[in-house]
Write a protein that binds this ligand. Structure first.
Ligand code: UDX
Length: 435
């Protein structure tokens, strides 16, 4: 087997570490660079600063091939390809903050045998702007490739090793070919295109998926007033090949580090060029309202929420991650407290992250502990252990009987036969509007 190209990864967050682990698994030596000395020290000790299933094992298995440093010079000495995986968080205007990306660009020397490979999600036009900066600084020979990442938290390593496609945007030079070769062993379709198109693929993919979720959430809301069941509706439309069954799970809205940020970045990007992206404005608005709908459901059943004890099962933005960024639980717990409710929560993994972001919430030590004496329970994150709860024990522990399934993930029949009241999202037939 020919020797694999060594690479560098700048930024050791979710995307950076998974990229490093994935390429190490494929046989590359990887130099991981971060400005955060504590993080690098942790990684050197073999500790993984984030929760991602399987990541610690892969990193441990390839310790010999993985090098962690705060010194960019080491990366430049050993690798031609520098994968950039730094954060691009949203700014108050909805634009992406490219401060960290520009810092990396500024740190690059004049070189005719290096390339930046952009994994961070950036606005369309960023690649060309960076190339302009390189030209202005006399670094014309520094190459640039856009190679967006489509990994999902919780299944990130699998997504890296079994991607639906790999997108490579470049100018047809050695760097694009080298990235192409790195990914070739995965056997995935490779979309080789120009830089702006590759950048747009990433934003458009996330915007489309988020649109699918807001769409099914609105269908769910209409189901509630017309007496249909959104789970049945999703099954019925999902079997149409043109629609597909994925991302049609109605619930209390999408969160995470990508969808909210990338949808508003694309909307803002369009707006900056004078185009009002109406559809995406609605996608975001629907999502914000969806996070709050549970409050209305609780009020409908319990009346005034002052002094009511509400148990939240799950806090992370989705299962199998400790990520709390833009989690629906943040809005929900704040809204409940604003209504005077007493909020108690349990998350099997995300408690430490949650403690940094929520205030006034009591943390329970287990699911059963959480529901004890609660007037109502809300499933916020569909962790497996919540789906496997013994509902008779839950019924016994609770003071009230209401279970709001915010993810349509629980067994409604089992809940009802334990003597509890089940309320899903878009599932409870009400008095139809049209008699
Ligand atoms: C997403 C994209 O899937 C990934 O390709 C991109 O690289 C980063 O953003 P991620 O944020 O990890 O990945 O999570 P994902 O599994 O896509 O879920 C995003 C949010 O949508 C979660 O809050 C989830 O609960 C919600 N969701 C997802 C729904 O509400 N309904 C669905 O049917 C699917």
């Amino acid at each position: 087997m020919p020797e694999r190209e060594p690479i560098a990864v700048i930024g050791t967050g979710y995307v950076g570490l998974v990229t490093a682990a994935g390429f190490a698994e494929l046989g590359s030596e990887v130099w991981c660079i971060d400005i955060d000395e504590d993080k690098i020290a942790m990684l050197r000790r073999g500790e993984v600063p984030i929760y991602e299933p399987g990541l610690d094992e892969v990193l441990a298995r390839h310790r010999g091939r993985l090098h962690f440093s705060t010194d960019l010079g080491e990366a430049l000495d050993h690798a031609r390809l520098l994968f950039v995986a730094v954060g691009t968080p949203p700014t108050p205007s909805g634009d992406a903050d490219l401060g960290a990306v520009h810092a990396v660009v500024a740190a690059m020397p004049a070189s005719d045998h290096h390339a930046l490979v952009m994994k961070s999600t950036v606005p369309v036009g960023t690649g060309n702007a960076i190339k302009r900066v390189f030209r202005e600084q006399g670094k014309d020979q520094f190459r640039y490739v856009s190679c967006p990442e489509f990994l999902k938290e919780g299944t990130a390593l699998d997504d890296f090793l079994r991607p639906d496609r790999v997108v490579i945007g470049d100018e047809g030079d050695w760097a694009g070919d080298a990235v192409d070769e790195l990914y070739a062993p995965l056997g995935a379709p490779i979309v080789r295109t120009d830089i702006p198109s590759a950048e747009m693929v990433k934003l458009a993919a996330n915007a489309f998926l988020a649109t699918k979720i807001s769409f099914i959430n609105e269908i769910a809301n209409v189901c509630e007033v017309t007496g249909a069941d959104v789970v049945e509706v999703a099954r019925g439309i999902g079997l149409d090949d043109r629609i597909g069954p994925k991302f049609l799970q109605a619930g209390i809205g999408f969160g995470g580090s990508c969808f909210p940020k990338d949808v508003s970045a694309l909307k803002q990007l369009a707006g900056n060029s004078g185009y009002h992206f109406q559809l995406l404005a609605a996608v975001l608005e629907v999502n914000e309202l969806q996070k709050r709908r549970v409050v209305g459901k609780l009020q409908q059943h319990l009346g005034n929420l002052v002094g009511k004890r509400i148990a939240l099962l799950g806090l992370a933005f989705k299962p199998d991650t400790d990520d709390m960024r833009e989690a629906s639980s943040l809005v929900l717990s704040a809204r409940l407290q604003a209504e005077g409710a007493q909020v108690v929560a349990f998350d099997p993994i995300a408690e430490a992250e949650a403690r940094k972001r929520v205030t006034g919430v009591e943390f329970a030590r287990s699911a059963l502990d959480c529901v004890r004496d609660a007037d109502a329970l809300v499933l916020v994150t569909e962790w497996r252990e919540f789906k496997e709860l013994e509902w008779r024990d839950v019924a016994e522990a609770m003071a009230g009987t209401l279970v709001v399934d915010g993810r349509n993930a629980l067994d409604a029949e089992a809940i009802q036969s334990a003597g509890l009241r089940y309320e899903g999202i878009g599932r409870t037939p009400r008095v139809p509007l049209v008699a």
